[in-house]
Design a protein around this ligand. Structure first.
Ligand code: MOS
Length: 705
């Protein structure tokens, strides 16, 4: 079903690249007000995990020249009460309205905002404000049995989280071989280089907000609710964003606090989160403890699978890490139990982070598959192929495209899988060498999106849509789509995004923006072509259209198909025999993500996704003080992410089979697909190199000595 394309599928360089590399791209914290009226806000954050604020002492702050005002719950109805999600028009991470009362739920909760003429004074004032608390008993540990435990029925995207299929005990009794193990993943933080930042400007009863958000429409609707305005009185602008990885996805209180502060003072307010604010104000990947039992006949056929997840949420948020997802979809197994439990803890609110649930869940499942393969004496590539789900096991619908086995075969070829030896048997000098594999996957999502396309007499065009490019390449993809449809070159198409006054598009999350905008952009271009046929050619013509349909990966749809991207990750690792130091000289990823619209930006996204997986496997961990509930290492100095020296050869291949059932351009999501299987592929390679099975991420030197 391939069709000839002219601009789509070409490695067009980023059209926003020059602006970004020359400082011409302005981010939310860069906005200046021309008249010097801009105020700087710095958050005052709770230092206790549970209790009540008994009082503030602001005397010292008030003495500071340039100090303007301190805002807190004592200012009364500064912010409209948000009964979220109050009209289904936005998604928040925290149901609690900021500054609504004096209760404290975790260390780092925003309890006040210091405003001053300069950032320096605002910082000094925030630090000088003394807070008196009445402390309450707190719940910090994942196994704190005195705290509440939720068992949510469905994930944020509506997937069932408590699943029983067949008869697990019978399946286990039928098996010849089984493995049972517990895997853990730590708290991790997104750490985009651009911190979250909000600049709020009021003009009468209209509010303009420059906000570093992955979802400007969602953010606008949240800000309207919290300020009591109509949606069309609020405009959110986010033309450039310096990464997000999920932490700028759903709305967060600091945006609303900045807007309320600007209204209260009658001046523009800029609130840029500090790096340490970024650890408590905009989510994290929650800690998980996952128990898996996987059983098979001696020929490798899976007979029983149980995947039980324990994670945590905050008292005011409801994120649940859906780790059991891969166990529900990747393999055929007639007898399945998947459960999810969420402990309510006095810790900051978790939120989606690249491959939320999928990445943590795949670490556990794909490690267990590796353990079973060894016990069975079957090659782990072969074991996966034997059990790969040919259809969606949840509803017996065919996958829209299915290349899971081919991804495994191609990856095996590219990494040189035939070189692989038994655990601990491959030595080169002082190093133990190993190869590992894991399946990767990511559900395909699509949301409603509208677009406006204009064609000018000089045969250039403009596309306008309220979406955001969080660094993934959407500017360029939109130009390619319009150029393809109108018979232009990408360079002839101006792209205007990041402005909620434009036709509404989706959140940049769930790797779904490209698939979502496809329908709206194609429809607008088609409508434009009709007008063009009638037009004289000496006036600009414009057309707007939208695609209203959402498509979830396993939801009901006319096509009777399920939409999921599969892939395979292979890792080569070299472990220093004496010091346990792990190097990863080569990673291979083979992906089936539908049609690849731009191999250059797509490859870059997959490399980024795989590097995220390297961080997860080897470095990333936020430590929680079990006594106070504080994050101990909230800085880039103490939270380690991979740097250039950690990354060697990363090889990316795409199957590139268009999925025209999913959208007119045939693309499914990329990005998160690169992250999901990477950590288990590395852990499995470390096992193959050393014979040591690490079930608790990240992998440390101490584990391997
Ligand atoms: Mo994401 S975790 O879909 O930004």
């Amino acid at each position: 079903m391939t069709e000839q394309t002219r601009v789509i599928g070409k490695p067009v360089s980023r059209i926003d690249g020059v602006l970004k590399t020359t400082g011409g791209a302005h981010y939310s914290g860069d906005r200046k007000s021309s008249d010097g009226a801009l105020l700087h806000g710095v958050l005052v954050k709770s230092t206790v995990a549970a209790g009540y604020i008994a009082g503030f002492d602001t005397a010292e702050a008030k003495q500071m020249p340039g100090f303007v005002r301190f805002l807190s719950y004592e200012d009364g109805d500064l912010i409209y009460r948000i009964d979220a999600p109050n009209d289904d028009s936005f998604v928040v991470n925290e149901q609690r309205t900021p500054f609504i009362d004096n209760q404290v739920h975790f260390v780092g909760q925003h309890i006040g905002l210091a405003l001053a003429e300069t950032l320096e004074v605002a910082e000094a004032a925030a630090a000088a404000i003394l807070v008196e608390y009445e402390e309450d008993s707190r719940h910090i540990a994942l196994d704190d049995e005195d705290s509440d435990l939720d068992k949510p029925d469905a994930s944020g995207t509506g997937e069932a989280l408590q699943v029983h299929r067949g008869d697990f005990d019978e399946g286990l009794a039928d098996a010849d071989v089984s493995v049972s193990a517990t895997y853990t993943t730590p708290v991790e933080h997104h750490n985009p280089i651009e911190p979250s930042a909000t600049t709020a400007v009021w003009d009468g009863d209209r509010l303009t907000v420059y906000d570093a958000t992955q979802g400007n429409v969602n953010d606008r609707n949240y800000l309207a609710a919290g300020t009591g305005l109509a949606k069309d009185q609020v405009r959110v602008l986010n033309p450039f964003i310096g990464g997000g990885f999920g932490c700028k996805g759903y709305a967060w209180p600091h945006s609303l606090i900045a807007a309320a502060a600007a209204r209260a003072t009658g001046r523009p307010v800029r609130l840029v989160l500090s790096r340490s604010d970024m650890y408590t104000s905009c989510g994290h990947r929650p800690q998980t403890r996952q128990s898996i039992t996987l059983a098979a006949k001696s020929d490798g056929t899976f007979t029983a699978l149980k995947h039980e997840t324990l994670s945590h949420r905050s008292p005011i948020g409801d994120h649940m890490e859906p780790c059991g997802m891969p166990s529900m979809v990747l393999y055929d197994c007639p007898n399945l139990v998947v459960t999810h439990s969420n402990r309510v803890l006095n810790r900051p609110s978790p939120t989606p982070m690249r491959g939320p649930g999928e990445a943590s869940g795949a670490f556990a499942l794909e490690s267990a598959v590796d353990e079973l393969a060894e016990k069975l004496g079957i090659d782990p590539v072969e074991l996966r192929k034997r059990n790969a789900s040919q259809m969606d096991p949840r509803n017996s619908r065919p996958w829209s495209t299915f290349n899971h086995p081919e991804c495994l075969d191609r990856g095996a070829e590219r990494i040189g899988w035939s070189r692989r030896k038994s655990p601990g048997q491959w030595r080169e000098g002082n190093e133990l060498v190993g190869l590992g594999v894991a399946t990767t996957y990511y559900p395909a999502y699509r949301s409603p999106a509208a677009a406006r396309v204009t064609l000018f007499p000089d045969e250039t065009a403009k596309v306008e849509i309220s979406v955001q490019d969080i660094g993934t390449g959407l500017y360029t993809i939109l130009a390619q789509m319009v150029a393809e449809k109108l018979g232009l070159e990408a360079a002839d198409v101006a792209v205007e995004i990041g402005d909620t006054d434009l036709p509404e598009g989706p959140l940049a999350g769930g790797s779904m923006t490209t698939a979502s905008v496809s329908g709206g952009v194609a429809a607008a271009c088609d409508a434009l072509q009709e007008k063009r046929a009638q037009a004289s050619g000496d006036e600009a013509i414009s057309a707007e259209a939208g695609s209203e349909e959402s498509l979830g990966f396993g939801g009901d749809n006319d096509m009777g198909k399920s939409f999921l991207s599969f892939g395979a990750i292979f890792a080569e690792v070299r472990v220093d025999k004496d010091f346990g130091i792990v190097r990863i000289p080569r990673l291979v990823g083979v992906f089936d993500a539908g049609k690849i619209l731009n191999p250059k930006t797509a490859r870059s996204q997959m490399i980024g996704g795989m590097i995220f997986g390297v961080g997860m496997a080897m470095l990333e961990e936020t430590f929680v003080d079990p006594e106070s509930g504080r994050f101990i290492n909230p800085s880039l100095g103490e939270y380690y992410v991979p740097v250039n020296a950690d990354i060697h050869d990363i090889d990316v291949e795409f199957i590139d089979e268009p999925d025209y059932d999913f959208n007119p351009f045939g693309a499914r999501g990329i990005g998160e697909l690169g992250t999901v299987g990477t950590a288990p592929a590395i852990a499995n390679a470390v096992y193959n190199a050393t014979g040591i099975r690490v079930r608790d991420l990240p992998i440390r030197l101490d584990d391997l000595m």
